[in-house]
Design a protein around this ligand. Sequence first.
Ligand SMILES: C[S@@+](CC[C@H](N)C(=O)[O-])C[C@H]1O[C@@H](n2cnc3c(N)ncnc32)[C@H](O)[C@@H]1O
Length: 274
Amino acid sequence: MMNDPQQQPFPSVALRTDVAHPARVYDVYLGGKDNFPADREAAQKVSETFPTISTTARANRDFLLRAVKQLAGSGVRQFLDIGTGIPTSPAIHEVAQGIDPHARVVYVDNDPMVLVHARALLTSTTALGRTAYVDADLRHPETILNDPQLWEVLDPALPVALILGAILHFLPDDLQPQAIVKQLLAALPRQSYLVLSHVTADFDSQWNEIERLYNAEFDIPLQVRSADEVAHFFTGLELLPPGLTVVSQWQPEGLGRLPSDASVSCVGGVGRMP
Ligand SMILES: C[S@@+](CC[C@H](N)C(=O)[O-])C[C@H]1O[C@@H](n2cnc3c(N)ncnc32)[C@H](O)[C@@H]1O
């Protein structure tokens, strides 16, 4: 059901085609078509600074899908994906329901373009599983946790995999992302999981310039973090093997050669709550 943006305490970001939006710039990196000239110009500036940005985006996306596949394969059937992005194929629910048709997925994003596509592509009730889309903002986690759809779709008695893929770098430290992640995890059932990825300047200092570009030129707050800083999001959780790694090295499939750490510059991991 569509929420009335006027009624929401924190309406999602306005649809502006003249400025870059994180979801649409990421769509450019992934080779998608749901973007505007402002997004393409921003992506072009980033790729002039860091020519393997598409490798970063692809490696991040593939990591999330492998993590979902792994968790669904080990019996997790509920997923809360905050910062969904413009739908790409396969979507999280397609991977999860491909393994267990009972899987349930709640998607959350604050971008109007994601909203439009998600309603068409990501909300469904299959014979066994179910998905829903919540138009809400990670900066206000209570709006996600209080949305009636959340616990209508997810069973509060069963573990949930919270997915925060390439979103936390859009929350600089002054927004207290550590506290937000803690608040979300505290609301989840025991033995839930956290799947998280985050860009870093650990392997290539050009990411400091990308941080500057996003903030100063695209007006999108972005903060790169070191792997040590990203590890703090997993405090109190047990990391699944191989721990927090460059995303391409997290349980890679196949025997193909992996891209260099510098060309990916994104770390991720999967943690399990006690
Ligand atoms: C780089 S994309 C990542 C998409 C997907 N999670 C992935 O990793 O493939 C980041 C997404 O987070 C969303 N996002 C950014 N800030 C957000 C916020 N405060 N609340 C909700 N969504 C947000 C953007 O709209 C975008 O769709």
